[in-house]
Design a protein around this ligand. Sequence first.
Ligand SMILES: Nc1nc2c(ncn2[C@@H]2O[C@H](COP(=O)(O)OP(=O)(O)O[C@H]3O[C@H](CO)[C@@H](O)[C@H](O)[C@@H]3O)[C@@H](O)[C@H]2O)c(=O)[nH]1
Length: 242
Amino acid sequence: MSDSLIIIPTYNEKENIEKIVRKVFSLPYFFEILIIDDGSPDGTADIVKKLQQEYPALHLEQRTGKLGLGTAYIHGFRWALARPQYEYIFEMDADFSHNPDDLIRLREACVNGADLAIGSRYVNGVNVVNWPMNRVLMSYFASMYVRIITRINIQDATAGFKCYRKQVLATIPLDKIKFVGYAFQIEMKFTAIKYGFKVVEVPIIFTDRTEGTSKMSTRIFREAFIGVIQMKVWSWFRKYNR
Ligand SMILES: Nc1nc2c(ncn2[C@@H]2O[C@H](COP(=O)(O)OP(=O)(O)O[C@H]3O[C@H](CO)[C@@H](O)[C@H](O)[C@@H]3O)[C@@H](O)[C@H]2O)c(=O)[nH]1
């Protein structure tokens, strides 16, 4: 049994899922894994079920349709909170854009006092590999936009590689988290900060996926652009306050 659970949401990740599972279980620290699969038509969940025969610490939750990354994580957080052993709960993509080796540094940051450790691309310059320049610029300026509007001092506001101490997820009202895409990532950080939790950024190198395709869309980008303003306005009405 581990005190650390990695939540990996999946939608059509058949090219990546086996490799990422094997990589996490080969790390020098023992992490458990929870896959939240949204009925991937490519059979991702079937691959996970086969791997479960080899790895008892690999868990699977299946949902019946593509319900979005944010709701997948909320589902995973509730699953983790219902099991008292998990003190450190992680978010990680299935596609190796987040290097599983960095899980250990994120966990250490929380063991050493952070409530939320963020794997950050922009805390030491710009550390993104294989992204087209327009996507790097968009992501970098999106974080700047978030800082200006929300006044939170996070260099990588949309980062999706994170370690939460259990207390954070048990305290913030998960049923009030409204967004599903990049805005979900911003909303989780904004809420944790509003609740007074200590957030630290751990430098990582983000490498764009080489297998499978991104599921993000213009709709999700629009949600983030408008969502940041909504978050700011809602915070005036104390939606995000303790
Ligand atoms: N269960 C489920 N999983 C999903 C869904 N949409 C995406 N995923 C999974 O979520 C992970 C990230 O999806 P990508 O489509 O690869 O996202 P991205 O555009 O590369 O975005 C990543 O970087 C952003 C910051 O630049 C992050 O904001 C975002 O959360 C994510 O980490 C992958 O494991 C993918 O299979 C969904 O609707 N349901």
